[in-house]
Design a protein around this ligand. Sequence first.
Ligand SMILES: CC(C)(COP(=O)(O)OP(=O)(O)OC[C@H]1O[C@@H](n2cnc3c(N)ncnc32)[C@H](O)[C@@H]1OP(=O)(O)O)[C@@H](O)C(=O)NCCC(=O)NCCS
Length: 141
Amino acid sequence: MDEDVAGRRYVCNCGSTRRRVHSSVAHGHVVRLAITRIDSAAFLGRVGLDRISASGTANVGYWVRTGQTGQGVATAAVLLIARFGFEDLGLQRLELLVAADNLASRRVAEKVGATFEGVLPAGPHGQGELEHTSYCFSLDR
Ligand SMILES: CC(C)(COP(=O)(O)OP(=O)(O)OC[C@H]1O[C@@H](n2cnc3c(N)ncnc32)[C@H](O)[C@@H]1OP(=O)(O)O)[C@@H](O)C(=O)NCCC(=O)NCCS
């Protein structure tokens, strides 16, 4: 996967074959990809899909190394993995859950064109509960 975003090209390296990614998904595993520029192996961060469901939904996660932020890296990576999820994995809907006070991440969700769906309250921090009040955004195929 690669994409030219504002004159910079990024690639999400699977580090494995597409078949292996499909196999992982079939076994209910998450997809975790490293983000690099297309012309450099330098590690910029990670992007991934988790909570992949049989009904065709998944959650998108991402982070970018300190020192590499503010250059559109996360935005490019989320666009790439969304395309991968929709076109290669056949997913129908992706969700981005962003802590309410994470303004940079909220901005990433907006920049990829995700729809704001609502605010989810923090839970009692048990399994499956949100640690922070979060904003839910979605991307549809
Ligand atoms: C959130 C994160 C992924 C953003 O990565 P990034 O590569 O810098 O993102 P981008 O450059 O694509 O876009 C960031 C946008 O947020 C904006 N931004 C950054 N800090 C901001 C702040 N404090 N308030 C408002 N906007 C902010 C940037 O200006 C940019 O928007 P712009 O292009 O309109 O100027 C990165 O900061 C990170 O890894 N944070 C820690 C992990 C994390 O929060 N992951 C997301 C979990 S949901």
